[in-house]
Ligand binder design. Sequence first.
Ligand code: SF4
Length: 416
Amino acid sequence: MLRPTIAQDASAWSHRGDRAALERALLAYSAISPVTSAAAIALARATERPLTAIEEAPLPLGGRERESFAAWQSAASDSRAAGDPSSLLRLVESASPAVPESTTPSAPAEIPPAPLPPEPPRPVATPNRPLSASALNMFVDCRRRWFFRYVCDPIEEPDSSAASYGTAFHAALESFHAEFARPSEELRAEMAQRLDALIVDAFDRARSTFATVVEVKLQTQRARRTAVRYIDWLCERARQLPFEVVGIERRVAPTIGEHQFVGFIDRIDRFDADGSLAVIDYKTGSIAESAKEYRERVRRFEDFQLPFYYWSQEIAGEHVSRLALLPLKDHTLPIVPIELEVVGGGAAPRDNGARGTISILDLERARDRMVEIGDEIRGERIAHFPASDDPEACAYCIYTLSCTARPQPEPERFSR
Ligand code: SF4
């Protein structure tokens, strides 16, 4: 009986052509040794071809493995063509384990060495470096992923188009606000022209991090259109709540509890009216759709980003009155930040779509939880890093190939 995740992978390949799922289906095929499977996967990635289309010649295949691999390629191709995983599943299920082939048939048979006993599990020491809000977020999201990322640190995370877009946009805004600390309606045309030029420069400098030239051009156009929306929002904000940008990509390294934290705040504004601060995080990916949704994530200890920025500034002696996530993903919509006003402990939450409130008590609880997680990470060695039980946590995880404990995705209701 095959593991359900193998059936899911065969289905994802057959119905959607999911290449990562096909790689996992090859690793589950016991007629090929793991070393050979890994070599085939590396070759497919290097040549950017599906595993069903790579040549066998460069692979370290013995005679029987060669036949097994050809049979696997044929079954995978048939499954994809028919949109039906049965052929691939049948083959994987019926496979006998690969046996190393002898190159000297006349050599006397050797008595195979007794298998080594498994190494006893031991608690793991965690690295002693400053904590970050994103590390805490990952720790609560999936400890197994945190273990892969921060303890094993096994692979360089590849650049994705989304990550490259975010990095280039952040760089352009950093330069922009170094020149325009006091945005205003009077400067609108000048600001728009300058930001457009900075976006083009930043994306040009980042072109090697995108997969193709077309991708660079498409993402540059998307960013330029989003920048027009950004200028609209900036002018409106300056009219309603006059402010000065007093921090850009500000490095903060507060000690909270007994732990050293580190992070970078995208932007800090100081309001003219009362001298208080707004901390702003630029978001080029998906974010909460309402202030209430974000506040509830903070309350459930699922997101520490803005609470961490809040405390970094409060500890520095500032008064922070607003926390904002600024969406820079969709050029088709006006920019409407998800913004929380910090209110006293006794105040009932108020929400109005993207705007709402968060109580100082919620922020204190988030700070205390940050310290508790820090204690856990820095304390005694950790004996177990359980995998997440939420399939959504795995959507963008780059360790899916190594993670045999990942939860099953929801059944694909309309896959056939
Ligand atoms: S695949 Fe899922 S369960 Fe496994 S490490 Fe990644 S996020 Fe965690």
